[in-house]
Design a protein around this ligand. Structure first.
Ligand code: F6P
Length: 325
């Protein structure tokens, strides 16, 4: 017989489409297994403030199709300090919560593992971020929807770019992660892609635009990941103008990428991860994560998922370059 009677779930970091599907799966799998399930509002910040409430089967009705998260989320500097985690642990213990499920990115997982190490609270991580940049898992909930949002936007920009014979620099999300930029670049037939920390070869970009015009192209799209330094798109725009007298328009997609109805892929993987997270708790796992590997959701040690995964497949850049001539 499992000792676990009460579990809680929270979302942390940037929201991502599909988080609601994971919450729904946690609540219904938990209640189905005879557990009491609690929701924590506004991530670790809400936990520290004691914003914890019971969830019923009906609390998660009609949310599977909605982006965002009914539990809301936050970035919480206080939880990065031992004192913040101590308050959080006291509140969990006061509510007799036996295990905590955290839906978020690698930063949120780092907080979860510290909570486990310092206060012995069992934790399970569910990877949820549009950036698809957590070590140990091939997929994070929200990536597919964010890519779809960006691809649809770039397709629209291409229409007007073609009509006016213009070059556009379209900025997509990903402070450290190249994942959205690369996939969107390939899927929209972009002429160039700029990824965080990589050297920007302005000469090559200018040549590509020129070659395209000569072979009859009526537009050019450069996809730029936002990177860590604000204003990357405007920097590229200025460099192209100053060095090569090339005019380019800037379009920053921003948070539009994080909203909207989750795709079937996000709904499916989030549902599987939510369900597996409860199974892991019932099995007695103490510091695990649900991960997507080789096309399947499985359980792995949380410590394998604590780092940001920023490497990318060079063959994706090659593919984009080969096909955009
Ligand atoms: O959640 C990931 C992410 O969307 C990144 O792609 C982006 O750099 C960052 O969050 C933006 O964060 P915020 O919404 O807090 O400004």
């Amino acid at each position: 017989m499992s000792e676990i009677k009460k579990i809680a779930v929270l979302c942390s970091g940037g929201d991502s489409p599909g988080m609601n599907c994971a919450i729904r799966a946690v609540v219904r799998s938990g209640i189905g297994a005879g557990l009491e399930v609690f929701g924590i509002q506004k991530g670790y910040a809400g936990l520290i403030e004691g914003e914890i409430h019971p969830l019923q089967v009906s609390s998660v009705g009609n949310i599977i199709q909605h982006g965002g998260t009914i539990l809301q989320t936050s970035r919480c500097p206080e939880f990065q300090k031992p004192e913040g985690r101590k308050i959080a642990a006291t509140i969990l213990k006061k509510h007799k919560i036996d295990a905590l499920i955290v839906i978020g990115g690698d930063g949120s997982f780092n907080g979860a593992i510290l909570l486990h190490q310092e206060h012995q609270i069992p934790v399970i991580g569910i990877p949820g971020t549009i950036d698809n940049d957590i070590d140990g898992t091939d997929y994070t909930i929200g990536f597919d929807t964010a890519v779809l949002n960006a691809v649809e936007a770039v397709d629209k920009i291409r229409d007007t770019a073609n009509s006016h014979a213009r070059t556009f620099i379209v900025e997509v999300m990903g402070r450290k992660s190249p994942a959205i930029a690369l996939k969107v670049g390939i899927c929209t037939g972009a002429e160039n892609v700029i990824i965080p920390t990589a050297h920007i070869d302005y000469g090559k970009i200018a040549n590509d635009i020129d070659r395209g015009i000569k072979r009859g192209k009526t537009s050019s799209i450069i996809i730029a990941a936002e990177g860590e330094v604000e204003g990357i798109s405007h920097t590229i725009q200025k460099e192209l103008k100053d060095r090569f007298k090339l005019q380019a328009h800037v379009c920053i997609l921003g948070h539009i990428q994080r909203g909207g109805n989750p795709t079937p892929t996000d709904r499916l993987i989030a549902s599987q991860m939510g369900y597996q997270s409860v199974k892991a708790i019932l099995k007695g796992d103490h510091a695990s994560a649900t991960v997507f590997r080789n096309g399947k959701v499985m359980i792995a040690p949380l410590k394998e998922c604590l780092r940001k995964k920023n490497e990318f497949d060079l063959s994706d850049v090659e593919l984009l370059t080969t096909l955009s001539i």
